[in-house]
Design a protein around this ligand. Structure first.
Ligand code: CA
Length: 218
C-alpha cells in the first residue's frame, strides 16, 4: 500500500511520516504543486490531505480530482473543526475527515477502513445497466460502444455513475461544474441533464424533487 501524505507543517508532517512508514510506503509532500506532480507520476492507494497549504486549499484540488473521475480514497486531515468545513470536505469527495489534533491510533484505524473500502470501489469499469464508465480512460460506453458527451455532461454523468445509484445533490453536481463560490445557474444543470437524458433515455436519470438526481440502472 502506497500513501501520499500532503501536509505542510514540518513537525506534524515528520511525525505522521514516521508513524505511517511503520505500516505503509509513504511519500510526503508539503505543497499542492508537489502533490500534483507526485500524484501524476505514481499510483497511490490513498491520500491524506491537509487543507491549508502554502499554495492553495486542498479542497480545491480534491474537487478537481473528483471531477476528473479520480476514485482514490482521500482522508482530509485538518485543524478546521467547524461543521461547515467537514461537510464541505465530505461533499467535495473526501471519504473521511479527521480533525487535528488526533490520536495516531485513530488515524491508522481510519486509514485501514479507507483501504478496505477501496478494494470494493476501485473497479476499472463501473456499470449501470447498458451504460459503463472506464475509470482509468474516463470513457463511457453504451452497450459496449464508446459514447462521448460534452465536457460538462461528462463530468455530471461521471459523478452520477460513481455514486453507484445513490442520489447526488444538485449542489454537488453544480459544484462539479463551477466550483464553490461562483454564482451557479441551476437552470444550466437542468439543461445538461436534459441533454444526457436524450442520449441515455428519459427514465435513466431520476429527478429527486428538492434534492437532486439519481442514475437508475435499466
Ligand atoms: Ca497546513
Amino acid at each position: 500500500m502506497y500513501l501520499l501524505l500532503v501536509e505542510d507543517d514540518l513537525g506534524l508532517g515528520q511525525a505522521l511520516h514516521k508513524l505511517l512508514l511503520r505500516h505503509y510506503r509513504v511519500h510526503w509532500v508539503r505543497s499542492l504543486a508537489s502533490a500534483r506532480r507526485h500524484f501524476d507520476a505514481a499510483e497511490y492507494d490513498a491520500m491524506l490531505l491537509d487543507l491549508g497549504l502554502p499554495d492553495g486549499d486542498g479542497v480545491d484540488w480534491l474537487r478537481t480530482l473528483r471531477a476528473e473521475g479520480c476514485l482514490m480514497p482521500v482522508l482530509i486531515i485538518s485543524a478546521r473543526d467547524q461543521l461547515d468545513d467537514r461537510v464541505k470536505g465530505l461533499d467535495t469527495g473526501a471519504d473521511d475527515y479527521l480533525v487535528k489534533p488526533f490520536e495516531p491510533d485513530e488515524l491508522l484505524a481510519r486509514i485501514r477502513v479507507l483501504l478496505r473500502r477501496q478494494s470494493g470501489v476501485a473497479q476499472p469499469r463501473i456499470t449501470s445497466g447498458a451504460l459503463s464508465f472506464a475509470t482509468e480512460s474516463r470513457q463511457f460506453y453504451l452497450s459496449d460502444e464508446a459514447v462521448n458527451f460534452s465536457p460538462k455532461e461528462h463530468q455530471i454523468l461521471a459523478v452520477l455513475i460513481q455514486a453507484g445509484g445513490k442520489p447526488v445533490s444538485r449542489e454537488r453536481l453544480t459544484q462539479q461544474l463551477y466550483g464553490l463560490g461562483d454564482a451557479a445557474d441551476s437552470n444550466t444543470l437542468e439543461v445538461h441533464i436534459h441533454a444526457l437524458r436524450k442520449v441515455l433515455g428519459k427514465d435513466r436519470i431520476e429527478t429527486l424533487r428538492g434534492f437532486g438526481y439519481r442514475l437508475v440502472a435499466r
